[in-house]
Design a protein around this ligand. Structure first.
Ligand code: BGC
Ligand code: NOJ
Length: 825
């Protein structure tokens, strides 16, 4: 069942009912000011940090769901409704929500009155602008009452939802004309305030929540709206809000446009107040209001936003036989990659914005998805990330976005972390050809005095793995590898201990983790990522260093065949007792997805590749994607940790973790199995879940982290119950990796050190496809022909009319346009 449709020409998803199976959201803002907005206008805004600078309040895990947002209320002679249906939930005569690139339009109609509300955050602007167009389509005159509504958060979102003894007595506002200012703590310790304004006169206002809503009412039946009045209340403590009130009369066919702005302002300490030392100095705020206070200025801001996205989405454009692929690649997957760049894992409808900082591994992997769109910002991000690294190549697992410092509370010793940086820096160089990043002086542990070249960072990253091997010569598993829930040194039996950071006393002397537990995943990642490091060294003419590194890679490949090959797939690990994990010898969790893809792409063994791909298809594949492990764990294995705490079929315990599905898609494509690769891709790509949105639940335009696996429900004896149900949409490494899987492995357009490589691995039924790609200053017009209907194999390549061997289009400086024609066969 569908709840809307794609409008590809406008790059929008059009939702046609407010009752989606879960709130379907969008993000506004790309720089400092961000908003989350659902299809019923729920959500909130923050400035830079969703925890420390939360502007409006939101109630996570609320009953009913999605409470708190920017709401407009209409009382049309006793009929009370919202343009977005919720929270009043009066049945509308028509409803539509269009989520676009950085904007959302919600339109509701009731009794001949139409309300169209467009929300966006302009470029270089610290505010959300909302245009409300009210049109009387009833055929006769209409007088009705209209309210806006926003609820202020007292800045620190964590404190705001816990420290009520203080917070109920600190709230402060100021009102001037049609603008309501939120200034809690502004007089004392904060140099920032927020405002909510409208470009018209008002007939009243409310700033005290209890006066507007009523203590025993909810967002769905505010007492002022019900009574058709306003309280002109001035908040003094309790919960400050901002609500404008206006009485509106429209002739038949007449429209009225109002532009609201929810803004955030920072002031220099000496300019905070007017002469009385008390009243907010509004100079800056007024200038902000001036920028978007007419429909014309609003339209100009929207046009600028559109141009911004045209540019970002103009870099890669494909035209394949599958509409769903085109809309994922050209629009939504790239859009989601930019959102993960902006938000990391901080704020979504599943991430509360008060949790984690920027993950070291997450941020490095995110780069793979957006480096072609914003290479300069990717470079900046790479330097930020590398600056938190420790001199021995170890890494803080997270860093804080505001301070950009490593997070000591979480610490390090996640065995995979250093390798992702080699991959992301390589991806940056391959995209840009900017080798100078390797010479950039980058601090260790944020200490400038310890700064060394980026190349040094890559070197210590590589050797951090080599220097931390276990008894079989495989990398030590440490606290966790990519799978945060395989915690082989934790042995936790006490509630509240963090599986990732708790140090079991039995490993204290050993440095916090077992020196026996080994990760086959990290071994496979090492043999996959390592050749990039070797490639860099060779390019720099450091042949000896390159050969030395290559030797380590070859050694690891041998260890993998000798000690980690299980006969039909690669094992997952050795636990702290030296026992195999992810082996046919195990009772549960016999096969895991994670090491397989990288092992295949490391060309370890041809026969192993074949067998592994077959085992994956047989043991892990389902119609909704590949499960992480099989069989699911049905009990708690203290020696494995968090993975076995999840009921079977969810999250890391045999859920369909879409992030590592991508690694298999890449691997199948790499191995020439284009049909198999595409099958896995289309099982999870959001556009393909649209028809079954009732089951899938989350947005059909973006990836979620997890889809319930075939074992979902097994814990309650209802195996298959939530099989196919998505969770945790938007902020996931899946965005970047599936972008890589479809664009670089299936469609095969892959930046390489020496130029653009084009080596597709597609369904045999395809006749071919075309693509354009901006790459190092030139536009590549790519045509792929597949007359023999093969999956993979470049039979011939013609570049600007001349035959070229292989499949790498050589980079020629200064060229502005390159025509590439490839025939598969
Ligand atoms: C989740 C993982 C996540 C980790 C972060 C776990 O509870 O299952 O997906 O990476 O928390 O610390
Ligand atoms: C989500 C985390 O953000 C990511 O770092 C981790 O690799 C996966 N979960 C798997 O545990």
């Amino acid at each position: 069942m569908k709840f809307g449709h794609f409008d590809d020409a406008k790059r929008e998803y059009v939702i046609d009912t407010p009752r989606t199976p879960y709130p379907w959201i969008n993000y506004l803002g790309t720089q400092g000011f961000f908003s989350l907005i659902s299809n019923t206008a729920g959500g909130y805004s923050f400035y830079k940090d969703a925890r420390l600078r939360r502007i409006t309040r939101y109630r996570y895990n609320n009953v009913p769901i999605d409470m708190g947002g920017r709401y407009f209320y209409i009382n049309d002679n006793g009929t009370i409704w919202n343009p977005g249906w919720s929270p009043v939930k009066t049945e509308l005569d028509s409803y539509e929500c269009r989520h676009g690139m950085g904007y959302t339009v919600i339109t509701g109609k009731k009794n001949g009155l139409k309300a169209e509300v467009t929300f966006f955050v302009p470029q270089d602007y610290d505010g959300e602008v909302q245009q409300v167009v009210l049109t009387n389509e009833s055929g006769s005159g209409k007088t009705f009452k209209f309210w806006s509504f926003a609820e202020w958060c007292l800045w620190d979102a964590q404190d705001d939802c816990t420290n009520f003894q203080r917070n109920f007595s600190t709230g402060r506002v100021e009102i001037k004309g049609s603008t309501i200012y939120h200034k809690t703590e502004y007089r004392d310790r904060r140099n920032h305030f927020a405002f909510y304004t409208v470009n018209d006169t008002i007939d009243g206002y409310d700033t005290d929540r209890d006066t507007f809503i009523g203590l025993y009412n909810g967002f769905g039946d505010p007492q002022q709206v019900k009574a058709g009045t306003c309280g002109n209340s001035l908040a003094d403590g309790w919960s400050p809000i901002a609500s404008h009130y206006k009485e509106i009369t429209l002739k038949a066919g007449e429209s009225k446009t109002l532009v609201f702005i929810l803004g955030y302002v920072e002031m220099p300490v000496d300019k905070k107040f007017e002469a009385d030392g008390k009243t907010i100095n509004k100079e800056k705020a007024l200038a902000m209001m001036e920028k978007y206070n007419t429909p014309e200025k609003f339209a100009a801001g929207m046009a600028e936003l559109r141009a911004y996205w045209d540019k970002l989405l103009g870099i890669l454009n494909v035209n394949t036989p599958e509409d769903k692929v085109n809309r994922m690649v050209n629009i939504w997957n790239q859009y989601q990659c930019m959102v993960t760049f902006n938000l990391s894992r901080s704020a979504s409808y599943f991430e509360s914005g008060i949790g984690r900082g920027m993950g070291f591994r997450d941020s490095n992997q995110d780069i793979l998805g957006f480096v072609h769109q914003i290479p300069d910002r990717a470079r900046e991000r790479l330097i930020d990330i590398a600056s938190t690294q420790l001199p021995d190549g170890g890494c803080y697992h997270q860093y804080q976005p505001l301070t950009k410092k490593g997070n000591a509370d979480i610490g390090g010793d996640f065995s995979d972390d250093p390798l992702w940086m080699i991959l992301s820096v390589s991806a940056y160089i391959k995209e840009t050809g900017d080798w100078s990043i390797l010479d950039a002086k980058v601090p260790y542990d944020n200490d400038e005095s310890k700064a060394k070249s980026m190349l040094d960072h890559l070197t210590v990253s590589f050797y951090h793995i080599v220097k931390n091997l276990g008894p079989h010569g495989l990398p030590l598993a440490m606290r966790a590898d990519w799978n945060d829930c395989i915690n082989l040194s934790c042995f936790s039996d006490t509630p509240g201990e963090s599986f990732q950071t708790y140090t079991n006393p039995k490993f204290k002397k050993e440095g916090g983790y077992s020196k026996v537990a080994e990760s086959v995943f990290v071994a496979a990642l090492f043999t996959y990522v390592g050749p990039n490091f070797v490639g860099i060294l060779n390019h720099l003419g450091k042949k000896k260093d390159a050969a030395k590194a290559q030797k380590e890679i070859d050694k690891m490949k041998k260890v993998m065949m000798d000690s980690a090959w299980d006969g039909n797939w690669f094992m997952r690990a050795y636990d702290a007792n030296g026992q195999k994990m992810g082996s046919k010898e195990c009772e549960e969790g016999q096969i895991f997805i994670e090491p397989q893809g990288f092992a295949i792409m490391s060309d370890i063994d041809k026969d192993a590749t074949k067998k592994t791909l077959a085992a994956i298809d047989e043991r892990l594949n389902t119609k909704h994607g590949l499960v992480l492990n099989n069989p699911a764990f049905s009990k708690y294995y203290v020696q494995y940790g968090e993975i076995s705490t999840y009921p079977g079929g969810y999250k890391e315990n045999a859920g369909i973790f879409t992030h590592n599905n991508a690694w298999i898609i890449c691997a199948a494509a790499y191995a020439g199995e284009g049909d198999q690769a595409f099958k896995y891709y289309s099982e999870i790509a959001p556009a393909y879940t649209e028809e079954t949105s009732d089951l899938h639940k989350t947005e059909p335009y973006v990836y979620g982290q997890m889809i319930g696996g075939k074992d979902a429900g097994s814990d309650i004896g209802q195996t298959g119950k939530n099989f196919g149900q998505g969770k945790n949409s938007w902020l996931t490494g899946t965005a970047a990796w599936n972008m890589v899987a479809i664009s670089q492995y299936i469609l095969g357009i892959q930046p390489d050190f020496d130029g653009l490589k084009v080596d597709p691995s597609i369904p045999a039924t395809w006749d071919g496809f075309t693509a354009t790609r901006l790459f190092r200053g030139a536009k590549y017009n790519i045509t792929i022909k597949n007359p023999s209907h093969v999956c993979k194999g470049v039979k011939s390549m013609v570049v600007d009319g001349a035959a070229v061997d292989g499949c790498v289009v050589p980079y020629v400086e200064g060229k502005k346009e390159v025509n590439v024609e490839i025939t598969l066969g």
